[in-house]
Ligand binder design. Structure first.
Ligand code: SAJ
Length: 405
């Protein structure tokens, strides 16, 4: 048995390394040659706690990286599944193309596991027809499985090992085979179910979190409008044994929580009401921060936007991923209003990706009067005590004396 992991991004790479470091024979495939070359050269492609060590172990165990698909009995597909901005429906083209490339080369009897998050019904609507086009009989020539991941960026390696997971399969024996495979490293409980249930469960988990964050953001707006402390209110409310409200923030970023709920809105527009509202609230949060920046600037006689600095470009703390990041959303919004000159810094982003971006914390701080904390990286938590002379808007509630959302 040999696994070919297709797509070596934020999910595919740690998954491939985890299998390999636990003695499973693995070949990792990515069409991006830069990614393949970097991995072949001995480097990982993104920062994540414990990833380098896992990579070392996987290399010692003989993991290989290539831009070609290989002929084998087991495939794991972990390619992106974006949504179409207009229709809000899933763009299944990456998964589709990956499945086609697998069909081109796989032997009969192969198990094709889709790890990418897909909207409920994607396997029925898109994947089964592709397999049939190739003249294969599903359940005999090709076995389809959906095994969505649940790992949290920033704590991926721990969660890969300890989280429970879901495996959706057409046939019980195949579900059990894949369960056993994941048990080579996964110590959590593994539920075996149908493909449709696994698809829906994954999207529901991220949608639940999106709605909870939207609730926190809405509470924050209510409290702001009537001079109440939302953080204290949430803290006390959460002392109730059945209440667990998340935290307000500058918006919801990343490729999961800000994307998956749209699948339900796109497919069930007349039914997905709370889900839609939650998306709207979280998506308008960067604009809300902008309003707070302008209020605080006015209150403190800061006329020039170039004396204001945004701390953090990534979508959350201690990761180097900027996908759908609230700061980028806010900068786009500013561009539309022709508001320019604001300064930006993020210790995790080494390349220039926006205007007026700094790569040195001290230079950044010396050039501004007002600091807006968009992301609570550990760095800012450590350095905050040296910033007493700055006006601070803290969207992450890490500095007691600062302005809040
Ligand atoms: N956020 C808030 N307030 C909070 C918590 C988060 O504003 O109280 C914001 C974050 O700052 C960030 C966004 O939400 O911008 C999402 O961050 P996150 O840490 O909540 O989640 P992700 O996107 O990094 O990972 C999620 C996880 N899903 C759930 O917790 C249900 C993870 O377990 C999934 O594996 C991942 O999505 C995925 O790949 O689907």
């Amino acid at each position: 048995m040999k696994i070919n992991v297709i797509g070596l991004g934020y999910i595919g790479l740690p998954t491939a390394l985890m299998f390999a470091s636990h003695g499973v024979d693995v070949v990792g495939t990515d069409y991006n040659q830069k990614v393949v070359k970097t991995l072949q050269k001995g480097q990982v492609t993104f920062e994540e706690k414990g990833l380098k060590e896992l990579y070392q172990k996987a290399m010692e165990n003989g993991i290989e990286f290539t831009d070609k698909y290989i002929s084998t009995d087991t495939y794991i597909i972990s390619v992106p599944t974006p949504y179409d901005v207009e229709s809000k429906k899933i763009d299944a083209s990456y998964v589709n193309n990956a499945v086609k490339s697998v069909m081109d080369i796989c032997p009969k009897g192969a198990v094709v596991i889709i790890e990418s998050t897909v909207s409920p019904g994607t396997v029925d609507k898109f994947i089964r027809p592709v397999v049939k086009e190739y003249g294969f009989t599903i359940g005999k020539d090709i076995h389809l499985v959906h095994a969505p991941e649940r790992i949290l960026p920033g704590n991926m390696i721990y969660e890969l090992k300890h989280n429970s997971r879901t495996i959706g399969a057409d046939e019980k024996e195949i579900g059990e085979y894949v369960k056993k495979l994941y048990q080579s490293f996964c110590e959590g409980e593994i539920a075996v179910t149908s493909i449709r249930t696994a698809e829906m469960t994954k999207v529901v988990e991220n949608t639940f979190r999106d709605i909870n964050i939207a609730f926190a953001n809405e509470l924050m707006r209510i409290c702001r409008s009537d001079n109440m402390d939302v953080y204290e209110i949430i803290k006390i409310a959460n002392m109730h044994p059945r209440v667990n409200i998340l935290q307000p923030g500058p918006g919801v970023g990343g490729h999961c929580i800000s994307v998956d709920p749209w699948f339900l809105v796109g497919d069930y527009p007349s039914l997905a009401n709370i889900i839609w509202q939650a998306r709207k609230i979280n998506d308008s949060q960067p604009e809300f921060v902008l309003k707070r920046i302008s209020e605080i600037m006015e209150e403190n006689d800061i006329a020039d936007l170039s004396r204001v600095g945004l701390y953090g470009l990534t979508y959350k703390e201690n990761v180097d991923d900027t996908r759908e990041s609230p700061t980028l959303q806010m900068l786009n919004c500013m561009k539309e209003h022709l508001a320019t000159g604001i300064k930006v810094y993020d210790p995790y982003i080494k390349e220039d990706i926006v205007k007026n971006q700094y790569h040195d914390f001290d230079l950044f701080i010396n050039d501004i009067d007002m600091l807006v904390i968009m992301v609570s990286h550990n760095e800012i938590k450590e350095k905050i005590k040296y910033l007493e002379n700055k006006i601070i808007l803290d969207t992450k509630n890490i500095v007691e004396s600062a302005y809040k959302l």
